[in-house]
Design a protein around this ligand. Structure first.
Ligand code: COI
Length: 359
């Protein structure tokens, strides 16, 4: 597709101070758009001023949620250069989500070019303070105007950007999580593996109840036996019991997290025993009681690595590592962010430099 046509904004926004950044509250000046129509394929890629979309109230995504998204980040290193972290893997996952949700896939190189083109144009929006980044949100929505329930014939791809600080207002500090025995996020055969709007809608009530009970996030258990760990909030979950690091396997209900994959790779590089296997909440609670539960953390693009300091289940709270960030959790955080910000070498070639648009 080559270069994309750009219509520049005539009313650029005031950029927030890096210190004031929360997660996803401020959007940049431009967005990338592209449509799909059956028989024609993807067409009309372009960059335009950021602004509202105009949708007919009968647009199918508004009723039946045929929508996918992904999320990755651009990081500024000390020398000013901008890097994306594992953009190919995010683009591939975006397409896997598309497949699950009966939506047309997009060529990975077009997705990548859209990231580079928009981030390159908006390079001044990539914040500078350590811990900050430019969050990249590619999305596809079904745009057929019809109330029948079936896959649409037309779609809109849009890409928007948001300068972000840390995901949790606590920063990289241990959080309190509640293993829910009443709320379920996904079941096998459903859409749990896709990054689709419905999974996040399904997590809201559990999240509300966990917050009301004084916790930060929900640890979801499997939907059938309510026994096995699934996901924590919007993140994958990992536990370190004795000399083993355990994370639930990719068996259809959880997201194939890019940070999850990166953490597993690094720990295997370091020679640790890492198991992707089902693990029950009873095993984790028992390890908490007998002192073998050394660390527990969530992994995700937004928070990177988020230590769990307290785990609640059926009225019992266990404290992990004295409520402090564990050494492996910290090492993973430091190593992953070191690669992302270009401070450490990148043995697996996970980062790519963004060509910057001057003008
Ligand atoms: C992530 O960890 O990157 C997420 O999925 C969070 C996002 C939905 C805000």
């Amino acid at each position: 597709m080559g270069q994309f046509p750009i219509t520049r904004t005539t009313t650029p926004k005031q950029k927030p101070a890096d210190d004031a950044l929360a997660f996803g509250k401020v959007l940049t000046d431009h967005m990338f758009l592209m449509e799909y129509n059956e028989g024609k394929g993807w067409h009309s890629p372009r960059i335009v001023p950021y602004g509202p979309l105009s949708l007919d109230p009968a647009t199918s995504v508004l009723h039946y949620g045929q929508a996918i998204f992904d999320g990755l980040k651009a990081f500024r290193s000390e020398d000013g250069r901008i890097r994306l972290f594992r953009a190919d893997r995010h683009a591939e996952r975006f397409n896997r989500s598309a497949k699950i949700m009966c939506m047309p896939e997009l060529p990975v190189d077009i997705i990548r070019q859209s990231f580079d083109a928009l981030v390159g144009l908006e390079h001044d929006w990539v914040p500078r303070k350590p811990g900050t980044a430019l969050y990249i949100r590619p999305t596809i929505i079904a745009t057929d105007v019809m109330l029948g329930v079936h896959p649409a014939h037309s779609y809109l791809y849009f890409l928007i950007l948001s300068p972000v600080g840390t995901y949790y207002k606590e920063g990289v500090k241990p959080v309190r999580i509640l293993a829910s025995d009443s709320h379920v996020r996904a079941v096998k055969g459903g859409t749990g593996e896709a990054k689709t709007a419905a999974n996040y809608a399904a997590s809201l009530a559990g999240q509300r109840d966990a917050e009301a009970a004084g916790y930060t996030q929900v640890l979801y258990l499997d939907g059938v036996q309510r026994k096995y760990l699934d996901e924590v909030g919007t993140m994958n979950i990992m536990v370190r019991i004795g000399d083993e690091v355990i994370t639930p396997p990719l068996a259809g209900t959880i997201l194939d997290g890019v940070t999850r994959n990166s953490a597993l790779q690094l720990m295997r590089d370091w020679g640790l025993t890492v198991s992707e296997r089902p693990i029950t909440i009873d095993e984790v609670m028992q390890a908490g009681r007998d002192g073998t539960l050394r660390e527990m953390w969530g992994t995700g693009t937004a928070a990177v690595v988020s230590p769990v300091g307290t785990l609640g289940y059926k009225g019992e709270d266990i404290t992990i590592n004295g409520g402090q960030t564990g050494e492996l959790t910290q090492k993973l955080y430091d190593t992953i962010t070191g690669i992302q910000y270009g401070r450490s070498n990148d043995p697996h070639g996970w980062t790519s430099l963004v060509p910057v648009e001057r003008g």
